[in-house]
Ligand binder design. Structure first.
Ligand code: SAH
Length: 513
């Protein structure tokens, strides 16, 4: 056994929110990621930037890496001591050849963990509102692939057991897009009624999801989108399929929205947008780098000496989640823990920053809500005269906070715990943006500057900014923000976007080039 390992991780059906927690944890710690064609870019961005990504993708009719090559690669990488994640669409053991990879690893003496995934076989129907089982309607379901080779469909010996499949209440067929006619013929021959409802779910759980209803009799007339993955559901439950015409369209359906935040903080807002129907392009334009304190124990002294000497409770002020995370990392690195903050009062800007504090087991004494730095200064000013205030912040921290508190008589110490660095957009995101987008969201002035520097701006795109300062920088860069939401209010930003796009649910017209 070697120190390296392979994890066979199910990536889920498409929506990046549908990977398991264990899968994401492994992905975030991976050194090598070998992924399939259907695994979305956004999940791949979760791998550490220094991880090596290998596309083992098997596009139909195009086989870049054969199975033996993949097995050998996994083993070789693990043997050289790497943490390898083999990221596969859906569940690794559902038509994914995961078991072959597991066996190969075992034979080679390489440690291999299997992390199950949400399979499109069940999630595909569910995403279209179809339950694969239903009391009194469907008590059994089967999952099969139509791609057993064209001959196998006709070949009774090597092919599927159609009579048995025809008697299964719900039949879910994967890789069936190009085989619709064959499937239909085989099921009818095996005695399934031509009136049996059928649903085709393409790109399930993704923004371009499309659902089509048919019956076995009319199935031959359905044209699935070329190249889109599709599951076919045959059985009574398929009549529950919800299509766009059933009023499923949401406020942001069809809108292409760019999120420029660092990846970790982008996923929450991206998820919210997606649930409203938007197609989200995550294009991080800034990167947060947490700083280690130069001297150990320095930090604890910073907080406490003051309190002890003055006899007055010091304050620790956080204006963002990054401040909390950076402070905590620095405190831990300096040998401190939550007790180090026991004598201090804690103030935060915005409920989200408060939540970040909650995650490390601390409860803020004061939350400035609405989440604006000005609001914090206003509330704190009458209480901080003569007090020590520690302000863990970033390199680009706004002057107002420290200045405002100093003006109120506080002794403010700024402690830089993170750097904000510009990030170059990755090629895939840049290409998506060039194809045309409807809106771009900026959460910070530095993201605006990076956007302008990268010359990504397509013509006429809705610019939405969080916070007046971000909006100011956008204006000075000639971007004319139409939506300005309160700082620290993703909900406000999303509500404003919904309101903006609400009058028309038509597919986006803006900025298509
Ligand atoms: N292991 C995967 C299946 C791999 S086979 C799983 O458990 O989901 C690939 C087939 O899965 C595709 O041809 C298609 O039939 C189905 N599929 C995968 N993702 C899909 C999606 N988002 N929407 C519809 N079908 C999907």
């Amino acid at each position: 056994m070697t120190a390296g390992s392979v994890s066979l991780v199910g990536a889920g059906p498409g929506d990046p929110g549908l990977i398991t927690r264990r899968g994401l944890e492994l992905l975030r710690a991976a050194q090598v990621v070998v992924h399939d064609r259907l695994v979305g870019r956004e999940l791949l961005l979760e791998a550490p930037p220094e991880a090596r990504l290998v596309d083992a993708g098997k596009a139909p009719g195009r086989v870049p890496l054969d199975q033996v090559t993949i097995n050998d690669l996994l083993i070789a990488e693990a043997r050289s001591g790497h943490r390898v994640v083999r990221l596969k669409g859906g569940d690794p053991f559902v038509f994914g050849r995961g078991f072959e990879e597991l066996l190969a690893c075992r034979e080679a003496g390489v440690r291999c963990e299997v992390v199950p995934g949400v399979s499109s076989a069940i999630a595909g129907p569910a995403a279209a509102g179809i339950p694969v089982t239903l009391r009194g309607v469907a008590r059994s379901f089967a999952v099969m692939t139509a791609q057993t080779g064209a001959s196998a469909l006709a070949d009774a010996q090597g092919g599927p057991n159609w009579p048995a499949l025809a008697r299964t209440d719900t039949l879910v067929i994967l890789m069936g897009g190009t085989q619709l006619k064959g499937v239909r013929g085989a099921l009818l021959d095996a005695g399934r009624s031509p009136q049996t409802p059928v649903a085709i779910v393409e790109s399930a759980t993704l923004p371009r999801q499309r659902v089509t209803r048919a019956t076995l009799a009319t199935l031959g007339r359905v044209e699935p989108g070329a190249g889109a993955p599709a599951v076919l559901v045959v059985g009574e439950v398929a009549r529950f399929a919800r299509t766009h015409e059933d009023g499923e369209s949401r406020a942001l359906t069809g809108r292409r929205v760019v999120v420029t935040r660092p990846l970790r903080s982008a996923s929450a807002v991206a998820g919210q947008l997606r649930r409203r129907g938007a197609e989200v392009i995550v294009c991080p334009l800034i990167r947060i780098e947490y700083r280690k304190p130069r001297k150990p124990h320095h930090l604890e002294r910073e907080i406490f000496s003051a309190a002890v000497q003055s006899g007055q409770e010091p304050w620790i002020v956080f204006t963002s989640r990054h401040g909390v995370v950076g402070f905590w990392a620095a405190l831990r690195a300096a040998g401190g823990d939550a007790r180090s903050c026991a004598g201090a009062r804690l103030a935060v800007v915005g409920p989200r920053t408060g939540e970040a504090l909650g995650e490390i087991g601390l409860t803020p004494d004061l939350v400035a809500d609405p989440g604006r730095a000005e609001a914090l200064i206003e509330i704190l000013a009458p209480q901080v005269a003569g007090a020590e205030v520690l302000f863990p912040c970033g390199t680009l921290a706004r002057r107002e906070v420290a200045a405002g508190l100093r003006a109120a008589g506080a002794k403010v110490r700024e402690l830089v715990v993170y750097n904000t660095l510009p990030e170059r957009p990755d090629a895939a995101a840049a290409a998506e943006i060039q194809r045309g987008v409807d809106a771009v969201l900026f959460h910070s002035p530095s993201a605006v500057r990076a956007w302008v520097a990268a010359r990504l701006a397509p013509v006429r795109v809705l610019v939405a900014c969080l916070g007046e300062e971000t909006a100011d920088v956008a204006r000075r860069s000639g971007l004319e923000p139409e939506i300005v939401a309160e700082e620290h209010s993703d909900d406000g930003l999303i509500a404003a976007l919904e309101a903006h796009f609400a009058p028309s649910t038509a597919r986006s017209q803006a900025s298509r080039t």
